[in-house]
Write a protein that binds this ligand. Sequence first.
Ligand code: ADP
Ligand code: MG
Ligand code: MG
Length: 249
Amino acid sequence: MTMLKIENLHAEIDGKEILKGLSLEVAAGEIHAIMGPNGAGKSTLGYVLGGRPGYEVTAGSVTFDGQDLLALEPHERAAAGMFLGFQYPVEIPGVSNVQFLRESLNAQRGSRGEKPLSGAEFLKLARTQADGLGLDQEMLKRPVNVGFSGGEKKRNEMVQMGIIDPKFAILDETDSGLDIDALRIVGDGINRIMRKADKAVLLITHYQRLLDYVNPDKVHVLADGRIVRSGGAELALELEREGYAGVAA
Ligand code: ADP
Ligand code: MG
Ligand code: MG
C-alpha cells in the first residue's frame, strides 16, 4: 500500500526553484535510498516534506497515508507519524536530552489523544533505546547535542527515532561523519526500528556504504530537482563505480 505519494512537486527557496517536478512513491514496508550530486535538492526535499518554513511549494502534491501532507503544520506531520533526521542536528543548550525527547514524544502522543508517559516510564524507554544504539546513558542527561561528536549526534538521532517510533522516517545523510563501527550501529538501528511491514524510510545518502547495512528496496537518483533514474539496490553500486555524471545523464 502506498504510504507517501509525491507528484510533480515544485518548490522554491527565496524565489529560486529547487525542486522541479519531482515524483516518487513509497509503499509501506519499503526503504528507498535517494542519492545524487551536491546541490541536487535532496535536503530540500526533506525540508519540504517536513514543512520547514521558507520553502514554498509552487506546484504538485504530496499525500501521506492518503492525507494531503502539504496542508498539515510541521507538528501535525510529526503527529501523523513522520520523522525527520537532519544532516546537521541542532544543538539546544539548556535543554537536556531526556527533557527534549520526552516533550517531543508526549506532544505527539497528546495530539493523537494518547496520555503522556510519566518520567519513570519515559526514562525506562529512553534507556532501552540508548542501550540499543550504544549511546552512553550519561548522554541522555546532557543538553541536546551540545558537545556531542558527529557520531554521537547521529546515534542520538537514532535514539530519538526509536523513542518516537514513527511510521515514516526521512533520514538526511545519517551516515555523514560516522566511523565504520558507528555506521554499523546506526544501520542496525534503522533496520531494527524501521524495517517493518507498516513503516517506510527515505534514506538520503551520498555514499553506498550505509546501504551495505541498510539494504534499500529501491534507489533513486535525484539530479537538478527531479528523480532522473530509479532502480534496485544494484543502482547504488553502479553509482559508486561510475559516478553520477554517467548514470544520471
Ligand atoms: P543537496 O542536499 O542535494 O546537496 P540542497 O537541497 O541542500 O541540495 O540544495 C539544493 C540547492 O538549493 C542548492 O543549489 C543550494 O545552493 C540551494 N539552496 C539551499 N538553500 C537555499 C537558500 N536558502 N536560498 C537559496 N538557495 C538555496
Ligand atoms: Mg549536500
Ligand atoms: Mg543535503
